[in-house]
Design a protein around this ligand. Structure first.
Ligand SMILES: *Cc1c(COP(=O)(O)O)cnc(C)c1O
Length: 351
């Protein structure tokens, strides 16, 4: 099998650039656990400001942001309302049950986006038989929904329903900055209706490690306790926080390039026989499509594409995901499309 030349498996596949590595090498550091790492402190202040919150907490991963937020907002036995496709339900190894003892009321939204009506119907009345609904959860952009951007109006309405019923709200913003760049809505505006929100540095931003959770000062104080309890407190973490600061300076606006590349990939795939995709649904950097009519399943498709040096991910029996990011340029997209055409070309009839 040839080396992978175009890696569309995930936006987590990026390697730190030379300039980012210089920022890492030059980072001023201290003991993060004691609040004495100046680079981590700067990053936390920067993210708190970006998301319009009082305080922020640097953590090793987005998963830890989600799990600590769940732990702070809920008690065992509580119920959380989230879209059925949510990362926290599908990809966090059962941690909500393991760590917080919560259950989910999974909502059937449209491409990962649900409405105020969905939210109102999912929040329990509060009888003694009911699991207490404690938290409402939004993922923006929606990953399994296909990189969907939540319209600000819907976000506001959904959170207003929660607030009206005394329910806390959390924003999984692993790709919030993709939503910001695609929509022109600021990160602070998207985060405003939420009690807690976070961004990931290791997705489109291209940093090697880390995510940052934001909320009120009291929320972050409590989050610190669970960071310590879960072993997430670090030492000279300025080494990795420097990459996050660099990414906020240099890798946000360029997300627009990833969105253009994703749209181009979708348009190129849409004209191929047996590939089912509507390019008009591609809003950000995630490209999902269906290969059922190609005669291959998703695993076979991914394996055949790999033989041509292009990597995508099988996300279901016939569902494939390709993700654009800063290590794939427009030429890489053309290369991926050429590989897709080669995989679908009728086998030469010997003669
Ligand atoms: C990747 C992702 C996470 C988890 O982030 P990690 O930094 O990989 O732990 C959470 N939510 C969504 C929507 C994601 O895409």
């Amino acid at each position: 099998m040839p080396a992978i030349a175009v890696d569309l498996y995930s936006d987590t596949q990026t390697r730190p650039t030379a300039a980012m590595r210089r920022a890492i090498a030059d980072a001023e550091v201290g003991d993060e656990q004691r609040g004495e790492d100046p680079t981590v402190n700067r990053l936390q202040e920067r993210v708190a400001e970006l998301l319009g919150k009082e305080a922020a907490l640097f953590l090793p991963s987005g998963t830890m942001c989600n799990e600590i937020a769940l732990k702070v907002h809920t008690r065992p036995g509580d119920e959380v309302v989230a879209d059925r496709t949510a990362h926290v339900i599908n990809y966090e190894a059962g941690a909500p049950g393991l760590i917080s003892g919560v259950m989910f009321s999974a909502v059937d939204g449209e491409r990962g986006v649900f409405t105020a009506e969905h939210a109102a119907a999912a929040i329990r009345a509060g009888s003694r038989y009911d699991p207490p609904t404690r938290l409402l959860w939004v993922e923006n952009t929606s990953n399994l929904g296909g990189g969907t951007v939540w319209p600000l109006e819907i976000v506001t309405q959904v959170c207003a329903v929660a607030r009206g019923r005394g329910i806390a709200t959390h924003l999984d913003g692993a790709r919030l900055l993709n939503a910001v760049v695609a929509s022109g809505v600021s990160a602070a505006a998207f985060a405003a209706p939420f009690d807690s929100a976070w961004i990931d540095f290791t997705k489109g931003l291209g940093a090697p490690v880390g995510a940052c959770l934001a909320g009120s000062r009291a929320f972050i104080e409590e989050a610190w306790r669970y960071k310590q309890a879960l072993g997430g407190a670090m030492r000279q973490a300025g080494i990795i926080a420097a990459a996050g600061l660099y990414a906020l300076d240099y890798h946000v606006q360029r997300l627009a390039d990833d969105h253009v590349n994703a749209r181009r990939l979708a348009e190129g795939l849409a004209v191929l026989p047996g590939i089912d995709i509507d390019p008009a649904t591609i809003e950000t950097n995630l490209v999902f499509f269906d290969v059922a009519q190609t005669g291959m399943d998703a695993q076979q498709w991914v394996a055949r594409l790999g033989e041509h040096g292009v990597r995508m991910g099988a996300m279901g029996p016939a569902r494939v995901r390709a993700v654009t990011h800063l290590d794939v340029d427009a030429a890489g997209i053309e290369q991926a499309l050429a590989a897709a055409r080669a995989v679908l070309a009728p086998a030469p009839t010997g003669g």
